[in-house]
Design a protein around this ligand. Sequence first.
Ligand code: SF4
Length: 333
Amino acid sequence: MGKSENTPLLELRGVYKAYKVGGFLRKVKVNAIEDIWLSLGEADIISLVGESGCGKTTTGKVAVGLLKPDKGEVLYKGKNIWEMTKEEFKEFRRNVQMMHQDPYSSLNPMLTVYKTLSAPLFRHGLASDREEAVERIARLLRLVGLTPPEEYMEKYPHQLSGGERQRVAFARTLSLNPKLIVADEPVSMIDVSLRASILNLMLDMREKFKVSYVYITHDLITARYFSRKHLLMIMYLGSIVETGQTDRIIKEPLHPYTQVLLSALPEPDPRITRSKKLIALRSLDVPSLLRMPTGCKFHPRCPFFKKGLCDVKRPTLIEVESGRRVACHLYGS
Ligand code: SF4
């Protein structure tokens, strides 16, 4: 995998993934994601934001190699992961980890913290005996703020709070020294008061170990916080509709869907929230993936819909300024 220094750590190039859904007699193919492009270097962050069911998790699973795309390529350090040797693929899977949404179900209730954290260490040869595993796990628990570590090692998930469980899940993700973490709604199941501490912990790991993140969320507020100096990608019904620097998108959203998402965000100052103009959607219903709208997927809801254009022609993602891409006919696609 010896590529140049500029080779991205991970790239998705024109990725498509469809599922077959339906009953016993008739199955229908549904495109979960279409034409997804993404590129991340060392210590980069991309927040992937959209409503539930828009294809964010499928994108994450394709990125970590849990799902094989139907079309397009996933490259790790410039190499197509589906053309790797068994050894290369194993190394890729060790370096690119997924962190799941639900710490309740992602931790086995029958296993102590020690057992949960030692299993991947033994499996990947990072510890050869209990003594070595205990030493590494103690270090990991300290890193994620679970101290004193000895107190936590023999605990079961039900003996931990939601925030502690998510820290254990994060310690497990970190245990293999990943270069990239795909974090799928990592704070959505935990108390609002603990969210910032988990996100800060993840950002600390980026500083310390140059870990890159794909942060998947439905919540633009945490995305704004987490990828403030990095990239934001807005997804709608399986497609990227806008992408660019987070700060720039927040300041001046271009795609109507991004504008709607931002107009609904509460501001810290209630006076600003009250004075904000809410953008009214033409319809509140999210179309079904089974009946994908013609033309622009957002047209049944878009307040700027142009009949004869938006319902006929699908806009492509075009660069409207350096590093800024939008898929909308308002911007000349
Ligand atoms: Fe709205 Fe048309 Fe742009 Fe789609 S292409 S977001 S319907 S203006």
